[in-house]
Design a protein around this ligand. Structure first.
Ligand code: MSP
Length: 512
């Protein structure tokens, strides 16, 4: 069986409701997954929930319920977000599932048997909020940064994974494997981190401090610590230990936010795999953060934007469009409702929405609700086709390079071009003339608008799957499951029935 294109998101912490950052990552990954399917790949798309750890245990205690109850509730919320956003994942992993526990324990045992894990006393500073030991060098101006919350000194026995011995190998791997991390400039962050000697990684917690975790197979007094548990999800769901594994692994892309590249994904994960003799993932696609007033939008800062509100109000596709149009993958982006509204009104409602409704309207009035034949080709048609020739040629390369914001910019420039074409041809004026030349121009203009609209929508499909399908339905264009041939200008719609006038992007109701 041939290898699938395997793409994953980070698994979200089950310690709070989903927010914009979670939603964005899923949309981004979904766009890549949908695009790859259209390019002919068989895709496995994994997302999921990271359920163990101190914070989950603590919130369960506070509520007086079992931790799994908290997780079940959040799993419903996070999966609900995926459904609401039309995320096309074909697996959802929860780290409390038996398949995952079995894989984690298997890996731990293997590494322990190989002598890669050892027990030692550890004395250090522990951040309760981040559930990790921190070192003096992480202090800023003599203080622990805010993100660590309370930092306390503790001594305890724990298990450690031997990271340090792989340092040179990892530096070499990152240096020689330039395509591994996208965007490329993030490799520098990894190499910078690797300039300091690596400490071995503490991978356990004594059960008296943390019960809510996967038990170490070789010492039942301990559970494994969050990263060792979480990262493993990528191979659990790929069928680690079964024949299915080679169909999926290595992962083509791990999509993650910039905060979890170094050290977990770019240091711990490659070393864990290397120690296990498993191939490394091919690439990391590292996106930036959604910011509001310059701060990260997340639970800990209290600045939570609930994406579900925008989705409910404006539809999944409008939300998907906005986050994809605004974010230059890899950079940070500012979020505001004003920006959302401005994109919604100008790009979606005015440019695209009006184009569709005016085409349907004129098709009904002047062409008996059918796409006429294009009979002539004068300057306006030539200009629009020339604009498509450059636009169409750019789109796949831009998608391949994750430049979705640029691709959308090009598509909407083309949509404006179609609207300009309509203004130039002014079919409503041509309709008033009986002259044969004007009638031919009228038919041509409607045919040209319809075909151009079909083309504009092709590469919107991975970004706005629902709207794109709707538009295709309204102009009589067929659905497709491969991009091949779809981006070429033709007379594909001649004679096809046009739908009733539709409002695709209703204006929000004003609050009284
Ligand atoms: N559970 C870990 C990941 C384990 S992966 C083996 C985790 N969870 S998280 O819920 O905190 O974050 C999940 C993803 O959301 C991460 O990739 C993170 O970067 C992303 N985002 C969280 N806040 C974000 C923004 N404000 N903006 C964009 N994405 C950010 O980390």
């Amino acid at each position: 069986m041939s290898k699938k294109f395997y793409i994953t998101t980070a698994i979200d912490y089950a310690n709070g409701s989903p927010h914009l950052g979670h939603a964005y990552e899923k949309v981004l990954t979904d766009i890549v997954a949908r695009f790859r399917r259209l390019m002919g790949d068989e895709v496995k798309f994994l997302t999921g929930l990271d359920e163990h750890g101190q914070k989950v245990q603590m919130s369960a205690q506070k509520e007086g319920v079992a931790p799994i109850e908290v997780c079940d509730r959040l799993a419903t919320e996070f999966q609900g977000l995926c459904t609401a956003l039309h995320i096309s994942n074909d697996d959802y992993i929860r780290t409390t599932q038996d398949r995952h526990k079995a894989a984690v324990q298997d890996i731990l045992q293997k590494l322990y048997d190989k002598g890669e894990i050892y027990k030692a006393d550890y004395n250090g500073f522990y951040s309760v909020r981040q559930e990790q030991f921190v070192t003096e060098k992480e202090k800023v101006d003599g203080k622990w940064p805010e993100i660590y919350g309370d930092v306390v000194e503790v001594t305890e026995s724990n298990y450690f994974f031997k990271l340090a011995q792989y340092q040179d190998w990892l530096v070499d791997t990152i240096k020689t494997n330039e395509q591994m991390i996208y965007p490329r400039f993030r490799s520098a962050d990894v190499l910078q981190f690797l300039k300091e000697p690596l400490n071995d990684l503490c991978i356990s917690r004594p059960k008296e401090r943390l019960e809510w975790g996967i038990e170490l197979p070789f010492d039942s007094d301990f559970v494994t610590y969050v990263w060792f548990d979480a990262l493993t999800n990528y191979i659990t769901a790929a069928g680690y230990g079964t024949d299915e594994f080679e169909q999926h692994w290595p992962a083509d892309y791990h999509v993650i936010g910039k905060d979890i590249l170094v050290p977990p994904h770019a240091v711990y994960w490659p070393i864990m795999l290397k120690a296990l003799g498993i191939e490394l993932p091919k690439h990391f696609l590292v996106h930036g953060w959604w910011l509001s007033s310059g701060s990260k939008m997340s639970k800990s800062t209290g600045e939570v934007v609930n994406p579900l509100d925008l989705i409910d109000q404006f539809g999944a596709d409008a939300f998907r469009y906005f986050v994809t149009r605004e974010m230059n993958v890899g950079q940070d982006s500012e979020f505001s409702i004003e920006l959302f509204m401005s994109r919604y009104n100008s790009d979606l409602a005015n440019d695209l929405g009006n184009l569709v409704s005016r085409l349907l309207n004129m098709g009904g009035r002047y062409a008996e609700g059918k796409v006429p034949a294009a009979e002539i080709e004068d300057t306006p048609e030539k200009e629009l086709k020339a604009l498509w020739a450059t636009t169409g040629a750019e789109l796949i390369p831009l998608f391949e390079d994750f430049q979705f914001h640029k691709a959308l910019d090009r598509i909407f420039t083309f949509v404006s071009g179609i609207n300009r074409y309509a203004e130039t041809r002014a079919p409503w004026k041509l309709a008033k003339s009986e002259a044969a030349a004007d009638q031919a121009a009228l038919r041509t203009s409607l045919a040209t608008m319809a075909e151009a609209l079909r083309l504009a929508v092709v590469m919107l499909t991975p970004v706005m799957p629902e709207i794109s399908n709707k538009i295709r339905g309204l102009i009589g264009a067929d659905d497709f499951d491969r991009l091949e041939g779809q981006l070429e200008w033709g007379n594909t719609l001649e004679g096809k029935a046009l739908g009733e006038k539709a409002i695709l992007f209703p204006r929000p109701e004003r609050k009284a």
